[in-house]
Write a new protein. Structure first.
Length: 572
């Protein structure tokens, strides 16, 4: 802007000087011609008084001209015939009766005109005076034209323009400090308004208009800064909320460019927020995802499908947003991890299927035995007792199964855990072992213990269920003449309980599922030794409730070992 102003100043000054010079040249030229006319009339009047018609007129003309510098003298008869001329051959000159100055002099006694001389080819001023004898004395002098006048002042004009350029630089600098500098400061304040704006000092400006503008810009900057801060706060709040929800959220425009994406969606798609502003291909190359996004936009409808990502099942919903919504987004995408809920449904379905199957067997047996007892057949007393014993055994089996199912249901609902107290796990182990002695003797299994007193704060019944199920399984699924090793000790603020047996190892592909309800590694053997298939599921649930962990190691060399680690939580 400074350069533009300087150029403008110089141009204006130059044009002013040029126009002024031209006008001065024209005025000067006009005044010069008028002065020359008066001068020549004076010369002609003096000569008219000294002219003697009896003498040689041509010689007199030359003598008169010799006495006056740069003046041509011509003597003309009353009829216009040239009688003598100081600059040309008067005999070759035409009749001058039609010359304007001669015509005017013949009427008024004197006359003047300006024209180019046909004889000399120059611009001349002619002034003629009529003598008392009727002769005309004409004095002629060459004058400069306008262009010649202009040429004479061009050097001065160039000098003035150079001086004007220097002055323009100085004046522009002063003008900049007084006008342009405040404008630049105002512009910078408006540019930085999102950061609060640069506070202007209106009193520092020399012009009242600029001072008023500065005051208004300060007020506008403060208002806009506050408004922008409010919008940014709301935006940050929205981003914080979106980034702290477990569901993924994306916004796409019609061209599938990402307008918004939260942390959860970035985690699902394995991308970063750098994909905002880019095509969805920068966020994911999943064909099913991109295809359904295309379809939702083209068909302008809502689509939903389950997307398998990283071993998880993600329910993905594409919702098309119409123009009437008032937002620039075309597609809203939500992503939810439904792995656990779908697995829960699957497990629940399998649970009811297994429970129904487990209940069907004893009910069928009881029904068959009861029908035999109620029939008209003659049944020996021994067989009758066997049938009754079978009914009792199957009834007890159903009772255990139902009790375990009820227990798991109560555990999941949080109703099982009663009053907590300080429980010595070693005493619970001894109680369970005492109850298992008959079963261990019948199975020819030896129970070895390495137990130290360890007290935790928990519900005693929960601990009893945990210990009892581990020990019962260790005895039942052991080999004849095998051993069960039980150890208990405290380490790093945890109670460590380990139960090992010499039974057949559990294959690796089954180890991760042994804690599922009704799951059996060898269903034939499990039914032979009895049990509901819920024991380890109960153990796992108790451990999880107490915030502990349970691990399994099983191989042919060392048998099968279950290790439980429970935190030694303090009394609340």
């Amino acid at each position: 802007m400074k350069k533009s102003l300087m150029a403008g100043f110089v141009l204006i000054l130059a044009l002013t000087l040029i126009i002024s010079g031209m006008l001065n040249a024209f005025v000067f030229n006009k005044e010069l011609i008028e002065d020359t006319k008066q001068e020549l009339l004076s010369y002609a009047s003096v000569i008219s008084k000294e002219y003697d018609p009896s003498l040689d007129t041509d010689i007199q003309a030359k003598n008169f001209a010799g006495d006056i510098d740069n003046v041509r003298v011509t003597i003309i008869a009353a009829d216009g015939t040239v009688l003598g001329d100081s600059a040309a051959d008067y005999k070759a000159m035409k009749n001058h009766s039609d010359r304007p100055e001669i015509i005017e002099a013949s009427i008024t006694g004197k006359g003047s005109s300006v024209r180019n001389s046909e004889t000399l080819g120059k611009k001349l001023v002619y002034s003629a005076v009529k003598t008392s004898d009727g002769y005309f004395i004409r004095a002629t002098k060459e004058v400069s034209g306008v262009w010649d006048s202009l040429k004479s002042i061009i050097p001065a004009m160039i000098l003035v323009i150079v001086i004007a350029l220097i002055l323009a630089s100085v004046l522009t600098g002063r003008f900049t400090s007084g006008f342009i500098t405040p404008i630049v400061e105002m512009n910078n304040s408006l540019i930085s308004v999102k950061d609060g704006g640069i506070q202007l000092n209106p009193k520092a400006y020399r012009y009242a208009e600029l001072e008023d503008m500065a005051v208004k810009i300060n007020a506008l900057s403060a208002h806009l800064s506050k408004y922008i801060a409010t919008i940014q706060h709301e935006k940050d709040k929205l981003n914080y909320i979106l980034d702290n929800v477990s569901e993924g959220f994306l916004l796409l425009d019609e061209k599938k460019n990402v307008l918004l994406i939260n942390d959860a969606a970035c985690g699902y798609l394995k991308c970063t927020k750098a994909s905002i502003g880019e095509n969805i291909l920068y966020a994911t190359r999943n064909y099913d995802f991109i295809q359904r996004a295309d379809r939702a936009i083209s068909e302008k409808k809502r689509l939903s499908f389950d997307l398998a990502l990283g071993g998880k099942l993600i329910e993905t919903v594409f919702t098309y947003v119409g123009e009437e919504s008032g937002v620039e987004a075309a597609l809203i995408i939500t992503m939810s991890d439904v792995t656990e809920s779908r697995n829960a449904v699957k497990i629940r379905r399998e649970f009811f299927s297994n429970a129904s199957h487990e209940l069907k067997t004893p009910i069928t047996s009881i029904k068959g035995s009861a029908e035999l007892l109620c029939s008209d057949l003659q049944i020996p007393d021994k067989q009758r007792k066997e049938l009754l014993a079978r009914i009792g055994l199957e009834t007890e089996r159903m009772n255990l199964l139902i009790n375990d199912i009820i227990m798991i249901s109560r555990m999941e609902s949080g109703e099982l855990s009663g009053e907590c107290e300080e429980v010595d796990i070693s005493s619970v182990i001894h109680e369970s072992i005492n109850e298992l002695v008959p079963l261990a003797e019948r199975e020819s299994v030896t129970i070895n213990t390495d137990i130290s007193p360890v007290t935790i704060y928990a519900n005693r019944k929960d601990i009893r269920e945990l210990v009892s199920n581990l020990l019962v399984n260790a005895v039942k699924y052991n080999k004849q003449w095998g051993a069960v090793d039980v150890s208990l000790f405290e380490q790093n603020g945890q109670a460590i309980l380990s139960v090992r047996n010499d039974g057949e190892p559990i294959p690796p592909e089954h180890q991760r599922r042994v804690f599922e309800r009704f799951y059996r590694v060898d269903s034939g053997r499990s039914k032979a030794v009895g049990g509901t298939g819920l024991g380890l599921a109960i153990v796992k649930h108790v451990v999880d409730t107490l915030g502990g962990t349970i691990t399994l190691e099983s191989n042919a060399e060392n048998g099968t070992t279950f290790t439980v680690k429970l935190p030694l939580s303090e009394k609340q």
